[in-house]
Write a protein that binds this ligand. Structure first.
Ligand code: SF4
Length: 284
């Protein structure tokens, strides 16, 4: 079934969470700079940077950001231009603007402390449901499901969840299935390991085109693999609408080497960032 109501196969997969936790300890990523900490400021910063951006790219930015803004109060007190300058090159600049606003709200509304539950974290700028759950799970051990792009891929395959995720009812159903799969026992290390394990599995084994099922810790449980076509999950019929744009950039340089830059209007894809003046032509 490619659309409509999801198939109502039972969610229970005995032993699934335990396998993910054990695999993460032995084979997952355990030495990234934002791991081995429960500091919500550091975890939040890494989660925002990792949205739509590869780990290898984030590493340098993360280190520079923390060096310049070691605490949420220092980030909140910064000028927006300084934050955007440090973000420059990482893309999706609305993330940087929200990051700054979020830091200011943490200071103004939460006395400088990040809220401790996913529900409260979601009230802050730029923190969606999955990011909130990741922070709450990593930092406070909350038993709550994440569902970022990698994890959606893993879970739809494991569950052979063939309903169309373009429909919000089906997406809600997948959230509910993800919650059903959470570890039952919540020891202090369990949720951070489980959450990280799902992320790691999606990033390294259960990848988009060619999942390496022979290496997968949950291959015996995976209903998608049992169908013979795990790669057909997740199903999402609504494709991103793409358009093409041609940009002409003006490079105006003085003999002393200084270049004419201007602040872009906000919002917009590069809103409030500093760049060469440009002229945009949209081509559909
Ligand atoms: S068995 Fe294959 S499809 Fe299933 S979760 Fe593992 S890697 Fe993904």
């Amino acid at each position: 079934m490619a659309s409509g109501k999801p198939e109502m196969t039972p969610t229970a997969l005995s032993g699934f969470a335990g396998e993910i936790v054990r695999w993460q300890m032995a084979h997952g990523r355990n030495s990234l700079p934002w791991q081995n900490t429960r500091d919500p400021y550091r975890v939040w910063l890494s989660e925002i940077m990792l949205q739509q951006t590869q780990v290898a790219t984030v590493l340098d930015y993360y280190a520079r950001f923390l060096q310049r803004f070691p605490t949420v109060s220092e980030l909140a007190a910064a000028e927006q231009d300084g934050v955007l300058a440090l973000w420059s090159g990482l893309g999706y600049y609305s993330r940087a603007r929200n990051l700054h606003r979020c830091a200011q709200e943490v200071m103004a509304l939460h006395a400088g402390q990040f809220p401790r539950t996913a529900e409260q974290l979601q009230t802050l700028p730029g923190i969606g449901r999955s990011t909130a759950a990741a922070i709450a799970s990593f930092c406070f051990g909350e038993r709550v499901a994440i569902l970022d792009g990698n994890v959606k891929r893993v879970l739809t395959r494991v569950l052979a969840f063939s309903a169309d995720l373009a429909q919000s009812a089906n997406e809600r159903e997948l959230w509910s299935r993800a919650t059903d799969l959470l570890p039952e026992q919540n020891l202090p290390e369990t949720m951070p390991r489980y959450t990280q394990g799902l992320m790691d599995l999606g990033a390294t084994i259960c990848t988009g085109r060619q999942p390496q099922c022979l290496l997968c810790p949950v291959q015996a449980l995976c209903r998608g693999l049992a169908t013979g076509e795990p790669g057909k999950y997740p199903v999402k019929t609504r494709k991103l609408k793409r358009s093409a744009q041609a940009l002409s950039l003006l490079w105006a340089q003085r003999p002393d080497g200084s270049v004419w830059l201007e602040k872009r209007s906000s919002p917009g894809i590069w809103g409030a960032s500093i760049a060469c003046p440009s002229l945009k032509v949209t081509m559909n």
